[in-house]
Write a protein that binds this ligand. Structure first.
Ligand code: ARG
Ligand code: ZN
Ligand code: CA
Length: 254
């Protein structure tokens, strides 16, 4: 395809305590964040120093809540499921009605986003392209989802979903997932080689792996900073996402 890819989204709200049954406004706020972040129209790119600003790239992906369900009937793109499970983990139980969650809509046609309680400080997790259809999509902690309702600082700007959807489109963490060594790679040429994840909102520059003077690109969505510190994808990351949309996930855009 050329131009912008438009991705139908289904949000599966799986709730135990009533507060976890998040509002439509909270869901809408997350879709808005995705649409700003994946078009690089988020105003907070202003925090990126000039030495890095040339790397900021528009992913040319747009997201919308599905208007047709898998049977072709009208939908608001949201499912709501009450569960007896107090807290989920990375074991994918939230992705099946047989294990306290709800099954995905066909993963070749929808981006499935499950929103639920997660344990162990987990904000979210994703499945990379090429995995089983029955577990494809992303899972997000309800209090790390969107910008209102149960969303809680410092993860209340919707960036957990931006980050997990980056994995869904085949992006790796910018430090290369090798612990804190300098041998891992995210397979993008334009992200500086970095040791390990950055947390909080670091002070520029943070030099690791001889990447001075500018240091780690901790402004990137694929680092681990607080939501207000992650504001950009690079040209190289966008190329990886576009390649995914032209191959493994080619049937996803409408
Ligand atoms: N999978 C990561 C985690 O659970 C997500 C990190 C998202 N970071 C953020 N600032 N929202 O830790
Ligand atoms: Zn991640
Ligand atoms: Ca590394």
């Amino acid at each position: 395809f050329t131009g912008t890819a438009r991705i139908p989204v289904v949000v599966h709200v799986v709730w135990n305590a009533a507060a976890q049954n998040i509002s439509q406004a909270q869901i809408d706020s997350q879709v808005e964040v995705l649409n700003r972040d994946y078009r690089a129209t988020n105003p907070d790119t202003s925090i990126v120093p000039g030495v890095f600003s040339g790397l900021i790239a528009d992913a040319q992906v747009e997201f919308f809540l599905a208007t047709q369900d898998p049977s072709g009937n009208p939908t608001n793109g949201v499912t709501r499921t009450q569960t007896s499970t107090a807290s989920f983990s990375t074991d994918d139980k939230v992705k099946s009605s047989a294990t306290g969650g709800i099954d995905p809509w066909p993963a070749d046609k929808y981006l499935n986003i499950w929103v639920c309680q997660l344990g162990g400080g987990l904000l979210g997790y994703a499945q990379f392209p090429g995995g089983p259809a029955q577990t494809d999509g992303v899972v997000i902690l309800h209090s790390g989802f969107g910008t209102n309702g149960t969303a809680a600082a410092p993860f209340d700007l919707g960036r957990t979903t931006t980050h997990e959807v980056g994995h869904f489109f085949n992006l790796f963490h910018i430090w290369g997932d090798d612990g804190t060594g300098c041998s891992g790679s995210d397979e993008c040429d334009d992200t500086p080689n970095a040791a390990g994840p950055n947390f909080g909102v670091p002070t520029f520059p943070h030099v690791t792996c001889s990447n001075g003077p500018n240091g780690d690109l901790f402004y990137d969505y694929m680092d681990y900073t607080d939501d207000r510190g992650m504001v950009m994808f690079t040209t190289g990351q966008v190329a990886r996402m576009q390649a995914t949309l032209e191959t493994v996930r080619k049937d996803l855009p409408v």
